[in-house]
Design a protein around this ligand. Sequence first.
Ligand SMILES: [Zn+2]
Length: 423
Amino acid sequence: MNRNEFIAIVAPVAVRVRREGGPLFPSILMAQTLLETGGKIPEWNNIVGYKVGSGKQTKFWRGRSVNTKTREVINGVSDSNQRADWRVYDSVYDCLKDQALLFKNNPERYQRVIDAPDPYTQADALYACGYATDAPKEIDGDPDYAEKLRGIIPRFEYLDVEAMTVSKFKMKYEITSRYLSGPSKRRPCIPMPGVRFLVAHDTGNPGSTAAGNVSYYERSRNDVQASAHLFVDDQEIIECIPLLTSSPEKAWHVVYNVSKDNELYGCNANDAAGGVELCYGPRLNLHEAYKRYIWVLAYACYRYGLNPAVDITGHHILDPARKTDPMNAFQLLGKTFEQFICDVVAEYQECTKGEAEEPMLNAGVANTIIDTWMSPAWKELDAKRQEAELAGDSTAAAAYQQQAEYIHWLANEMRKASGQPAQ
Ligand SMILES: [Zn+2]
């Protein structure tokens, strides 16, 4: 595993944990985990150097551990011969969630970390609270922990912005990731370059649960080339192929040889659509399951900039000759497909309406960028346009004008993003 592969795996998890209320900025998580691991995920998925400690199990750590060598700094002296017991995790996600619990469960020690308004303050707070053993610079001449973190933060600050953006959607439920092993027939591990629409399914198997369906998929992962991204029941929303909890991958949920998906959206569902399965039947509270179902579809629309009124279709619409889902479940609810779409639209509106939104970009920062870099570039292009006009080169003049207009548009986008009127 190289550094880029490490980043590709850990960055989305860092963003997700932050969105779910984790105390650490994603940029700090990246800096921390890179320092701790050197950019390699150990087999035991512990990328934050979390030791067994109290030994008390948590929702994310089931008590397994591994004993390896470690480097400790004790009284300012580095010692590489210490051994330690490290927590073993099922996934990187579990590791970062467990670390988040450590901070949350120890506010008397970590309140400064939790309250830090920006990653740089948080870096100082982590060191000050004694999160990592590292000698002060005066002792070993080596930068201290806070300084090391600070050096890495700028490379990952875009993740902090990403985490902030999506938290504007009301996260009513947790989405559990339980990815199928891959590459396999069910999960080919092929990235989905964009998510253009969503397909509503039901399992067609009354009484089966989300967890039951995902376990069955995992057991038969090499037998059948059929899958979906998410299963929803009255208890859980489980993602078995990445769509919302990590970079999206393709799932096989609508056969290729139907043409309705191409007619409606210009692409095949398997290549560009998320597939979401609703569980129903005896022993399941269908109303509860349905609430989670419309919420996760609304969230997927928000996440990928889709319009819930037109960008969700049903399996029965794409493949009417062979499929009746999701109407098997909707009929039990007495819902038509149109009513279902109305429900998702209403959910989407409810989850995105907020108080007056803080602009994401500070107006002063926007104006500095506009005045210092954009306006001079615009003026230069405008001068070149005039020159070309004088020289009678209308093609060149038109090209310069186009570039100048583009910069003008960019500047106005910056103004809008910072809550200022366009000019
Ligand atoms: Zn289906």
